[in-house]
Design a protein around this ligand. Structure first.
Ligand SMILES: Nc1ncnc2c1ncn2[C@@H]1O[C@H](COP(=O)(O)OP(=O)(O)O)[C@@H](O)[C@H]1O
Ligand SMILES: N[C@@H](CCC(=O)OP(=O)(O)O)C(=O)O
Length: 363
């Protein structure tokens, strides 16, 4: 299973003013255990602003954007340093990836981020992601890490998104305000009734409160990834959730990830056409295989890597659509060539497939 784990500031502080070291060790132990069980983990972490405030000796705060950015710039390094120390205890290597909204909007940046994260996972490195707070403002900013974690879950096509926070899950009302509030164990759909349960902003150290968690649930579940919202102060929480135990609140996915992805591919306007030879058409249409450059006869249109293209059989009829791994000019140069030759021809490679079967919908 590929799991994206989001840790809020409130979890990292354990209700104190500082990054709570024993808590960090326990969380890292959980991640290492899940990884040792054969799963992949991507961490989305908050806490840079808090870490910066701690490092500078808790100066009085004016809560301006400039101050927040300064604190994040100081704290991000500190946060990573601590994670690296904790990870070393468990023999885990970590990587830092700082993202902003533009990295999800711009196709090339999106694909590059995905390649980097995939690379980390392939090599067994734990990617640790935060928003690039020091530079991102206004339109550039996603603004909260709940939303960021849902985007990341989408980016890496996670099987599960786990958000650990300082509440035991989604309650019928804000448990801080209403002592009679009760836990909702399963949410089938994020309806207006669910939205109505979220109070305002969260704890005084957190950013989004429950609203951004529901927002994250909406984004993730629509893309086919379920979300579990659970308490961060419970020992072994991550392992128990990954093992399938019902902890906190589970938001169910709509359909499977693959279906969600295919809906998305079909919704995109095709940017070009790729003409296949008979063998490739057979492989794609009848056997559900990937399209290799060797089976391409011609490339029409001007498209970038990651855009949707139509796949045409030799008689011109459309047999499928998919996301191309190479831009049109590059694809034309490797058309008809064996995948081994890609690097020699282009000087680089994005892998042996022109369109991978996971990125392809047969019509
Ligand atoms: N319906 C609800 N159920 C649970 N918690 C809620 C609800 N409405 C508001 N909250 C508040 O949201 C807070 C979690 O958000 P936040 O403090 O931003 O956490 P984090 O730092 O983990 O992102 C909880 O502590 C709780 O007070
Ligand atoms: N990127 C910011 C945290 C933003 C955020 O969403 O915080 P939280 O509500 O604690 O998850 C930071 O590292 O301080």
């Amino acid at each position: 299973m590929r799991v994206v784990l989001k840790l809020g500031t409130s979890v990292l502080t354990g209700g104190t003013d500082r990054l709570h070291r024993p808590r960090l060790v326990e969380l890292m132990r959980g991640m290492a255990a899940v990884r040792a069980g054969g799963h992949e983990v991507v961490l989305v972490t908050s806490g840079a602003v808090l870490a910066g405030w701690e490092t500078l000796g808790f100066p009085p705060r004016d809560r301006t954007l400039a101050e927040k950015q300064l604190l994040a710039a100081v704290g991000q390094g500190r946060l990573m340093h601590l994670y690296a120390l904790m990870a070393e205890l468990y023999g885990v290597n970590v990587a830092q990836v700082l993202l902003t909204a533009d990295d999800f909007r711009d196709r090339t940046r999106y694909l590059n981020a995905r390649t980097t994260l995939e690379g980390c996972l392939t090599r067994g490195v734990l990617p640790i992601i935060n928003e690039n707070d020091a530079v991102a403002t206004g339109q550039l900013k996603l603004g909260d890490n709940d939303t960021l974690s849902a985007f990341v879950a989408n980016l890496v096509e996670a099987d599960l998104l786990v958000i650990l926070t300082d509440a035991p899950g989604l309650y019928t009302a804000d448990p801080r305000q209403d002592p009679h509030a009760t836990l909702i164990p399963v949410v089938e759909r994020v309806t207006p009734d669910i939205w109505a349960l979220a109070g305002g902003a969260g704890s005084h150290r957190g950013t989004g409160g429950m609203r951004t968690k529901i927002q994250a649930a909406e984004i993730a579940t629509r893309a086919g990834t379920p979300l579990v919202l659970a308490p961060g102060d419970l020992e072994g929480a991550l392992e128990r959730i990954v093992a399938g135990e019902a902890l906190g609140t589970r938001f169910l996915a709509h359909g499977t990830r693959l279906e969600a992805r295919k809906r998305w591919i079909l919704a995109e306007i095709a940017a070009g056409r790729v003409l296949l030879d008979e063998g490739a058409a057979q492989a794609v249409a009848a056997r559900g295989g990937s399209l290799l450059p060797a089976g391409i006869r011609a490339v029409e249109g001007d498209f970038e890597r990651g855009q949707t293209v139509r796949l045409l059989a030799p008689d011109g009829h459309e047999i499928g659509r998919g996301l191309t791994r190479y831009r049109s000019g590059d694809l034309a140069r490797i058309a008809g060539r064996h995948s081994r030759e890609i690097e020699g021809v282009l000087g680089f490679t994005y892998g042996p497939e022109a369109v991978h079967r996971d990125d392809l919908v047969r019509l």
